[in-house]
Design a protein around this ligand. Structure first.
Ligand code: ARG
Length: 450
């Protein structure tokens, strides 16, 4: 076993190994802050220009990858500030006037998260687009619909796929809603009590594109709700992905044989040459656990914290970054996988026709002829039981077989097919072809591609 390296207290304290990811946001925040300091005459225009030029320079170093990170300087904020002073001299020390790392880190996180949410919403649109194309292609594909994973009633595959579209739509709303709470400027709260300078917070908010400024300095430096909300929205999204992944895994098994996952999304086995393992779907399902873990882990970190800033809050970052990366990666995979599924229409139709998926339709037939639904349900159940005992399916029955159970049966009972069953379900939100076509049109409108 590798001996774990002993770490020093300063290494234990350091957030640099992970908060360096916030470097460019930190610089953006500092530039806005420096401009504000000049605007309210806390520093001169010349001093601010020097500071801004220095920060832009440091930004270039970071982009080029030759910024000299120094772990002794604990975090990204101190690294950048020290580098600024190295570059422009003591005037660089004026940047931290009317600011604390406590409001600075809250700012960096919000800037980072707003961008991450934008990217996720864009990703969700692409994913929905992929679902829509897939659904449209399968407007005529009939599958068995399931409850309790038992065949229940025939449905259109497009209808089932649009169910995932709906989930994604709610996910998008949740992320956009979470954005509103992230879109609040905490800078200007100082360490916790505000700052003894006449600063202009609205100026900074405008510079950085924030909707509003935080109204309470203590809350501003302690609040990480926006991270919790984001991780919760991400958890729900991943739960949805995991359910779709599970269906893809089931449906691509030999037992179902409904579809094949595209070549890029399966792996072979090292010993069994016939295998097409749905590893990408399995990993999407598996990674969901990590994203849930990040949410619960961070909620646990927060639950005992007194106000205001406590160093525990530094634990917000790694889980957040991991969640962002996992969600963005999984979004790409799920969109790609949805685009590359090939469905065996005849096999799905056969599965829908077999078993007793039309039993409800037989009851509904009797109801249409005036029988109370409860009685009709009883008769349909007896017919199913009889047919099963003879090892037959409903489509093997003749009109006279039906008539034995009720006089209300007529020749038209044989007209019930999976297609007629589907198209009878015309209630708003139902699986009838006409309803699903409307739903597809609505989905297009929602995505704004009309
Ligand atoms: N690295 C810290 C964090 O991530 C930055 C804020 C530190 N503030 C402090 N007073 N030590 O939360």
């Amino acid at each position: 076993m590798n001996d774990p390296e002993k770490i020093s207290p300063s290494e234990y304290l350091a957030s640099l190994p992970f908060d360096r990811r916030l470097a460019l946001y930190d610089i953006r925040g500092s530039i806005a802050h420096a401009k504000m300091l000049a605007h309210v005459k806390i520093v001169s225009e010349d001093e601010a220009n020097l500071i801004v030029t220095g920060l832009v320079d440091i930004g270039d170093e970071l982009e080029r990858g030759d910024f000299p990170f120094d772990i002794e300087r604990e975090d990204i904020h101190m690294n950048i500030e020290a580098r600024l002073i190295d570059k422009i001299g003591p005037v660089g020390g004026k940047l931290h006037t009317a600011r604390s790392r406590n409001d600075q880190i809250a700012l960096d996180l919000r800037l980072f998260l707003k961008e991450a949410i934008d990217e996720i919403v864009t990703g969700l649109n692409t994913y929905q687009q992929a679902l829509l194309v897939f659904a449209e292609k399968h407007i005529a594909t009939i599958i068995p619909g399931y409850t309790h994973l038992q065949r229940a009633q025939p449905i259109l595959l497009a209808h089932q796929i649009l169910a995932y579209f709906e989930m994604a739509q709610r996910d998008k709303e949740r992320f956009k809603d979470c954005y509103v709470r992230a879109d609040v400027l905490p800078l200007g709260s100082g360490a916790l009590a505000g700052v003894p300078y006449e600063i202009d917070r609205m100026f900074v908010a405008k510079e950085l594109g924030f909707m509003t400024v935080s109204p309470n300095s203590i809350d501003a430096v302690s609040d990480r709700d926006f991270i919790v909300e984001f991780e919760a929205a991400s958890s729900i999204l991943m739960m949805h992905f995991s359910r779709l992944a599970e269906e893809i895994i089931l449906w691509s098994s030999d037992e179902f044989g409904f579809m094949q996952v595209g070549d890029d999304y399966v792996s072979g086995s090292s010993i069994m040459p016939q295998k097409r393992n749905p590893d990408i779907a399995e990993l999407a399902r598996g990674k969901t656990g990590r994203v849930f873990g990040n949410l619960i882990g961070f909620l646990t970190t927060l639950k005992g914290l007194p106000l205001a800033y406590n160093r525990d809050l530094q634990e917000d970052k790694e889980g957040l970054f991991d969640t962002v990366d996992t969600v963005i990666g999984t979004l790409d995979m799920m969109a790609g996988m949805a685009t590359n599924l090939s469905v065996d229409d005849s096999r799905t139709r056969e599965a829908a026709e077999q078993s007793f998926n039309l039993a409800t339709d037989i009851a509904d037939y009797l109801v249409a002829k005036g029988m109370p639904f409860r009685d009709a349900h009883g008769i349909a159940a007896t017919i199913v039981k009889d047919t099963v005992s003879k090892q037959l399916f409903l489509q093997d029955l003749s009109v006279s077989d039906y008539k034995k159970h009720s006089d209300l049966f007529d020749d038209d009972i044989l007209k019930i097919t999976v297609q007629s069953s589907i198209d009878a379900r015309q209630s708003y939100g139902g699986t009838a072809t006409i309803r699903v076509q409307e739903a597809l049109a609505t989905a297009h409108r929602l995505l704004g591609d009309e």
